[in-house]
Design a binder for this molecule. Structure first.
Ligand code: ZN
Length: 186
């Protein structure tokens, strides 16, 4: 729904610009989409969730194809406890860990698309806004939105198009705070 609205918005802006006589150049040389091969052999019960998340990212970006079982740029693991997190070794490469316990409180698909977002170059933005994917657990357990905002998706597209510096998308570990509303760690 959100991405459909986003697409409508993009189409509207393009139409408006065309009406004004502004020519919108095609972004960068239209090189073939970059393929990121993800591996779900260790993803346990979240393999299907990973496939859904891959579809969301493929639809939201214009130059990326996340594809299953063609290699291991991205390995996805199911873990039990300790929190979900992502280890990005470089842009488009790394490992994602989905904590079963967290995924019983928060939407597993939102967690998955969020953690993959880190692999695709996005930082956390814990501002509580459910319309953002990278607000993560700050938006609360009731927030099940698994879609990146237009801004978030465009940032990923630009990173992979090389039109944005990838300096800040290098090796990094994201230990995610998906705070529990039900338990207090003491
Ligand atoms: Zn995060």
């Amino acid at each position: 729904m959100t991405s459909r609205l986003n697409r409508l918005a993009v189409a509207f802006v393009a139409t408006a610009l065309a009406t004004l006589g502004v020519t919108v150049a095609n972004p960068a040389p239209a090189s073939a989409a970059m393929t990121i091969c993800y591996n779900t052999s260790q993803a346990g019960s979240y393999a299907g969730t990973a496939n859904q998340a891959a579809s969301i990212w493929n639809n939201a970006t214009s130059n990326l194809t996340l594809s299953a079982n063609c290699g291991s740029n991205l390995r996805i693991y199911q873990i039990n406890g300790g929190g979900s997190y992502a280890v990005r070794t470089s842009l488009g490469n790394g490992r994602v860990y989905i904590d079963t316990q967290q995924a019983q409180q928060y939407s597993p698909l939102r967690i998955m698309t969020h953690e993959i977002g880190h692999i695709l170059g996005l930082p956390d933005n814990y501002n509580g806004n459910c319309s953002l994917l990278m607000s993560g657990g700050s938006a609360g357990t009731s927030c099940t939105n698994p879609y990146p905002s237009t801004t978030e998706a465009n940032r990923v597209t630009n990173l992979f198009a090389g039109t944005r510096s990838t300096d800040r998308a290098s090796s990094e570990i994201f230990r995610d705070s998906w705070p529990s509303m039900l338990t207090t760690v003491g």
